[in-house]
Design a protein around this ligand. Structure first.
Ligand code: ATP
Length: 230
C-alpha cells in the first residue's frame, strides 16, 4: 500500500523554484532516505508534506486522501509526525515531562520506556535544557516515536550526535522498521546506506535518481552531482 504520495509538488520562493514538480511515492513500512546537496529542496519538500510550508502547486496524498489543503495539526492527527515541528522540546521541563506532553499522558512507565529506546531513561528527571545538544535531538526523536505515528519524518536526526549516539539511533530505526514508515533527510551517508530501503536524490528541486542504496551508490549522475567520487 502507498502511504504517501506527492503529485507535481512545487514550491516557488519569489523567482526561485525550490521544489519543482516532484512526483514521489512512499510504500507503507519503508525506510526512505532523502538526500541531495545543500539547497536541493529537501527541507522545503518535507515541509510541504507535513503542512508547515504551503505548496505553490501540486498535491500531497496521505493514506489515499488528498491532504494538500489541510493545516499541519490536522495532518498530525492523521498520523504524521515531523521531528522539528511537533516535538520541539521544552527546555525548562524535565525529560519525563516532555514525554508526558508528547504522549498526552502522565504514564511514567510509558515515558521511561520511550526514553529507554534512545538511551535516556536514566536522565528522566533532569531539566531538558541542561542536556547536551545531541541528547536533546534524541529526546525529540523519542517524543516523535512515542506518538506511534503512521509516518515519521526525521530532518537530519544525526546532526550533532556523537558516533556512539549514531549507533543507538541506527538501532532504534532498525527496531521501528516495518512498524512505522520513515522518511529521513540525512547527510551522513553511512547512516543512509545502513538504514534506507530506498533512497531519493533531490538536486535543484528535482528528483535526480531513486532506488536502492546499491543503485544510488552506482549511479553516475548521483556521483557527479553529490557524492563527489565513486
Ligand atoms: N523561506 C524561504 N525563502 C526564500 N528562499 C528559501 C526559503 N526557504 C528555502 N529557500 C531556498 O530554497 C532552496 C531549497 O532550500 P531547502 O532548505 O529546502 O534545501 P535543503 O535541501 O533542505 O538544504 P540543506 O541541506 O542545506 O538543509 C534554497 O535555494 C533555499 O535558499
Amino acid at each position: 500500500m502507498i502511504l504517501l504520495e506527492t503529485k507535481a509538488l512545487t514550491r516557488i520562493y519569489g523567482g526561485l523554484t525550490a521544489v519543482d514538480g516532484v512526483d514521489f511515492s512512499l510504500p507503507q513500512g519503508e525506510v526512505h532516505a532523502l538526500i541531495g546537496p545543500n539547497g536541493a529542496g529537501k527541507s522545503t519538500f518535507v515541509g510541504m508534506i507535513s503542512g508547515r510550508i504551503p505548496a505553490s502547486s501540486g498535491e500531497v496524498w496521505f493514506e489515499g486522501r488528498n491532504v494538500t489543503a489541510l493545516p499541519a495539526h490536522a495532518r498530525i492527527r492523521r498520523g504524521m509526525a515531523y521531528t522539528f515541528q511537533i516535538t520541539a522540546v521544552y527546555a525548562r521541563l524535565s525529560l519525563a515531562d516532555n514525554l508526558a506532553l508528547a504522549l498526552r499522558s502522565r504514564d511514567r512507565a510509558a515515558a521511561l520506556a520511550a526514553l529507554d529506546r534512545v538511551g535516556l531513561a536514566d536522565r528522566a528527571d533532569q531539566m531538558t535544557g541542561d542536556l547536551a545538544y545531541g541528547h536533546q535531538r534524541l529526546l525529540e526523536i523519542a517524543m516523535g516515536v512515542a506518538q506511534k505515528p503512521r509516518l515519521l519524518i526525521l530532518d537530519e536526526p544525526t546532526q550533532g550526535l556523537a558516533e556512539s549516539e549514531i549507533e543507538g539511533f541506527n538501532a532504534l530505526i532498525r527496531e521501528l522498521r516495518g512498524q512505522t514508515t520513515i522518511l529521513l533527510i540525512e547527510h551522513n551517508m553511512n547512516v543512509v546506506m545502513a538504514l534506507a530501503d530506498r533512497i531519493t536524490v533531490l538536486d535543484m528541486g528535482r528528483i535526480l535518481a531513486s532506488g536502492t542504496p546499491a543503485d544510488i551508490h552506482g549511479n553516475r549522475a548521483v556521483q557527479d552531482a553529490y557524492l563527489g567520487t565513486g
